[in-house]
Ligand binder design. Structure first.
Ligand SMILES: [Ca+2]
Ligand SMILES: [Ca+2]
Length: 225
């Protein structure tokens, strides 16, 4: 009985920690993560010949938010869905971001089912789509593009990129990211989840984020007393 009560308190402490984290994503702009954010993005990715849909089973492994990812099925053509001007996006890229619409890093998780390559493209007010990341082959030779992995992600992989380090045209500050393209290209489909812009190098959506650990440590201390 005593054990059960203790476990219950611990579980509650964990939930409190996670909820606190979800509500307290300071300095972050979540593009997709939970189901609501994915449904919202799917409505806005109105361009391209990919067949976009909500994926509820094959999701980024650390998902704790209702099991949802974006799936772009390849059906010929450009094999992507995108929008160069996402409604309501106010994303200013700064070396030392402080304001609530200022960011330096992007974290994204992706997976590829079949085919040779996958790409994520960011549209800015400078050089339009000239800010791209790919894994595997650059299937359509869309450049500039940074290859983050030589092989396609056959299992979910997460990457954090420093936009100031990666892109000369963004590193003077004050430039704006206005849109995004989820590019599956070839094979069967591309999957994306856990896409977030942030101010400091740590992935703000990671369950192991420092914040949660600190909060849990406090709860542990309280339990012990
Ligand atoms: Ca998710
Ligand atoms: Ca998640």
């Amino acid at each position: 009985m005593k054990h059960l009560k203790f476990s219950l308190i611990l579980a509650l402490a964990l939930i409190v920690g996670l909820v606190a984290q979800a509500a307290d994503l300071k300095g972050a702009f979540v593009v997709i993560d939970d189901e609501a954010s994915i449904k919202d993005a799917l409505q806005k990715l109105t361009n391209g010949q990919g067949k976009r849909e909500l994926e509820k089973k094959d999701i980024y492994k650390e998902d704790d938010d209702g099991k949802a990812a974006i799936r772009i099925n390849v059906a010929g053509g450009d094999g992507q869905n995108f929008n160069p001007t996402m409604p309501d996006w106010e994303l200013e890229i700064e070396k030392k971001p402080t304001g609530k619409n200022q960011f330096r890093y992007i974290t994204f998780a992706w997976k590829k089912i079949g085919g040779d390559g996958i790409q994520l493209q960011l549209h800015a007010n400078v050089n339009s789509w000239g800010h791209r990341y790919h894994a595997g082959a650059n299937v359509k030779n869309w450049n500039p593009s940074i290859q983050v992995d030589k092989k396609i992600p056959e299992k979910w992989e997460v990457h954090t990129r420093d936009l100031i380090e990666d892109w000369k045209d963004l590193n003077k500050g004050g430039q704006k990211i206005t849109g995004i393209a989820f590019t599956a290209w070839d094979g069967k489909a591309g999957l994306w989840d856990h896409v977030v812009f942030h101010q400091t190098p740590e992935d703000p959506l990671a369950p192991q984020a420092v914040d949660v650990k600190a909060k849990l440590a406090v709860k542990w201390g309280e339990i012990k007393q």
